[in-house]
Design a protein. Sequence first.
Length: 257
Amino acid sequence: MTTYVGCIDIHGGKVKQIVGGTLNQDDTEQSKNTCKSNLETNFVSEKSSSYYAKLYEEHGIIRTHVIKLGSLEENNRVAIEALKAWPKHLQIGGGINDTNAKYWIQQGADKVIVTSWLFPKGQFDKSRLERISQLVGKEHLVVDLSYFDAGGVEQGRLLSYSRGTARNSSFMQLMLKAFCKGIDQELVAKLAEWCTSPIVYAGGAKSIDDLKLVDKLSHGRVDLTFGSALDLFGGKLVRFKDCCKWNQQLGDRELNE
């Protein structure tokens, strides 16, 4: 069954929710004020990353991902703080490659999420995927297709590409961010059809009913996370307690089956 998956996005050393597609500049440059940024921020938290990690632990929200949005050194400290708060349960993404993947596992990450490094010059490099899989073990590897989608690739090509990647045996989990485009129903259905590994669809969800929609489309094989719509991050469309209730009902249902 489709479950709710949590997220902790970090930018500029803070837990934030950023409008998808507006992050066009690294936060190291923004901190220097060297040029104008188009960044749009929905939410900046005054709470620590460890607060959110412990909250997710308290409610059993597994496969929660911590994403570093930029290369500011402070982001690393904040990410590690979250990992230490719930060790061996959170996933880490943002700037992951073959030189630092093992480091993040050692810092307490359950899995590393690899994105742009797999696409040198905009082209998928299978050898890189195989190399990093060997370094950390495929059970600790998540492939994020968001980089491919963010490049403005037309849907048919994205579906074709996703199909080939989803069948790859070098990783255990697939992730795709929707950049606030809403639920791509065709893509959700196709990913569930093609992929035997767990899949997380991140971004675009704006209603608690989207959990039911994704569950129906994917036959329970695609999980969903909420960002700016969630009250946990200042949103008004989805309540965190309702997401937790959804997961709890699934757990109760499984126990009774």
